[in-house]
Write a protein that binds this ligand. Sequence first.
Ligand code: HEC
Ligand code: HEC
Length: 354
Amino acid sequence: MKYLLLLFTGLFFMASCKDVPKTDLRVINETSGGAVTSEKTHPGKELLEKECYSCHNPRAAQSEMIAPPMIAVKKHYLNDATSKDQFINLIVNWVKDPSEENSKMQGALRKFGTMPYQSFPEEMVVKIADYLYDNEIDAPDWFNGHMNMKAKGHGKGKGKGKNMQNCSGNCKGDGQCKHMGQVSVDTIEKYKKLGKKYASNAKATLGKKLVQAIVEKGPDGAVEFCNLNAIPLTDSLSIAQGIKIRRVTDKPRNPLNRASAKELVYINDFKVMVSSGETVDPILNVTEEQVDFYYPITTNAMCLQCHGVPERQITTSTLAALENLYPTDKARDYQENQVRGMWAISLNRTNLED
Ligand code: HEC
Ligand code: HEC
């Protein structure tokens, strides 16, 4: 399937290359001396699309990706301290010698296998990298929200517009996220820690209840215990802070747990992180009043007795109990280590300042 797709996208791009007028190729030579080129006529753009997008295609459906989208590559190769020359060198070196030692994207490497060596002329890769560094790169739709306040400045303020959205609702198209500017990295780290703490407390409490109920009543009787409302938020601090904890999902068992459109984007983002073996970083959304914290909920073997394949992992009697309570249940057919949904935790910022 992979090869078929490769062939297909390869053909697609080969076909589209033919449409590139020859005059554009002249522009390449004229502008290669560092002259300012507009985004549209930058020679690196065509080359990127022709030579790299056959695999790093931002239009490929998530399930059909054969390599990480280029915007993900850019993010991994660029941080606040990376100069343009350094960035270009890194990309050139990689293309010359794509190997495990050189990789900065171990997760992608594991998921897709090492990028096959192809003999691209160095000047060409320089142009591509030059373009990548200075310009906004097309992001797949599902990638929105991937710029998840890693707060390390990935994208160097260059991952403009839509990719920055979820830092807060107030990101500007110039690539700088307004609130990011006002919130220090330390504060972000503090929020992340706090969010993680609440998420892992809730997870531990819920998990304990669930396991206990399964032991005592079997899965059929434990069905009602995977309900967040079943756990009282006993932490008085969290009550004082007006903290809200929810679990949301793209495949709800309880329709009340259905993710909003915005949340669905984050869930997809987490799916990419989890399935590619990337380190999972929480997503934060910071506004003046509030911090919204998101963190994925993944399945393990235990979950499958209620969220796995009916009749295979979910027994007939558990299935009957579920159908009785949740006639519109979508939360099935999971395997281990998949994103089942995410924690959505809201903290009131005024209560957090110390
Ligand atoms: C035949 C498919 C294919 C083509 C064409 C391709 N790549 Fe890749 N590339 C991959 C795959 C697969 C990965 C992910 C695995 C890896 O990291 O080795 C990757 C990863 C990368 C990485 C990250 C490497 C790391 O692990 O740190 C960079 C940088 C990169 N590609 C640059 C390019 C550039 C620039 C081009 C165009 C000149 C290009 N690629 C063309 C398949 C391709
Ligand atoms: C004993 C059966 C059972 C087991 C085991 C179980 N769940 Fe559930 N799960 C349910 C039920 C029932 C609901 C609906 C709860 C409600 O009404 O809020 C649910 C709801 C959820 C939700 C909220 C979203 C939704 O679909 O309504 C998440 C997230 C979730 N489960 C994750 C897990 C994970 C992760 C595991 C394993 C660690 C797990 N569950 C194990 C029965 C189970």
